[in-house]
Design a binder for this molecule. Sequence first.
Ligand code: P6P
Length: 344
Amino acid sequence: MERTTFVQHIRQQEKSNPGATGEFTTLMNEIIVASKIISLEVNSAGIGENVLGLTGKINVQGEEVQKLDEFSDITFTTIIGKSEAVCAITSEEKEDPYIIPSEDNPGKYIFMMDPLDGSSNIDVNVNIGTIFSIYRKKSEGDEVTDEDLRQKGDEQVAAGYIVYGSSTILVYTAGQGVYGFTLDPSLGEFFLSHPDLKIPEQGSTYSANEGNWGIWEENQKNLVSFLKEDNPSSGRPYKLRYIGSLVADFHRTLLKGGLFMYPKDKNSPKGKLRFSFEAAPLALIVENAGGKASTGKQRILDITPKGIHDRLPLFIGSKKDVEMAESHLSATEKKGGWFKWLSG
Ligand code: P6P
């Protein structure tokens, strides 16, 4: 069977885009290089040099920084920073953006990333991942402005993630479909494994941290109770699947369908997940795969963040499931409201 490498795929995509200058292709290829390095490190973590464990540092999110977090952040920043395709890099691990110095020939794109999401799972061998988002610099002149770094989700040029697990898989979209590539470690090449990914219109699982039940709002509790009701004619109860690593939970939802939720709660009144590094890139992917992504009220891609570290609630997955969640949340928010869903 003929196998398409990532490089062949991105070159084909470039040919179908008459205005392409090759800068996007360069950027994507550098992302591939960085992801291979991280994959090697993640899959050999603990063997030889001690990259497991904590650095003793706390990041801008107030989270303990794991050694692989820091390694991933430095690797992507160094490689993408030298690509001559980007003028700025923002990272979940860094308070401030990294502006590419003129001597490194900055390019027209802005790269945003969660370099290693789910890092609390590193030491227990659970899948973790990198999430990235690419915007075009919009302002005139060489200076990178605040508006360049806080663009509406719909302005993304491309978005993707790499999940480091039993195999390393890169999934991305540039607005013309969603494609998945699996790393063949023996060759060090990513081969097309998921051409034109589409998420099922409705799933049968929900993904949420029910340990937060006691700090959820009432309408969130009502929604999850609804999903757990024994009502086979409407496809309920849904099964619960929650890994606690967003990239792994999202990848399963994308492939199998269903609903991933990280709602706001008393401890995270704006939500826990970040707009720039998590919600917006995954929303671009899921919409290009036929799914939906919202805060429970507002479409993620309609949002322009006020800050590069903004957090928000996230409901993402199959179109019907996200719509069910939105209507249930708004109905039950109106105290005792009712709604019909899956009434057939
Ligand atoms: P909780 C990991 O720390 C992360 O940012 C996401 O990968 C994951 O979805 C979420 O937090 C898990 O949060 O509160 O359930 O541990």
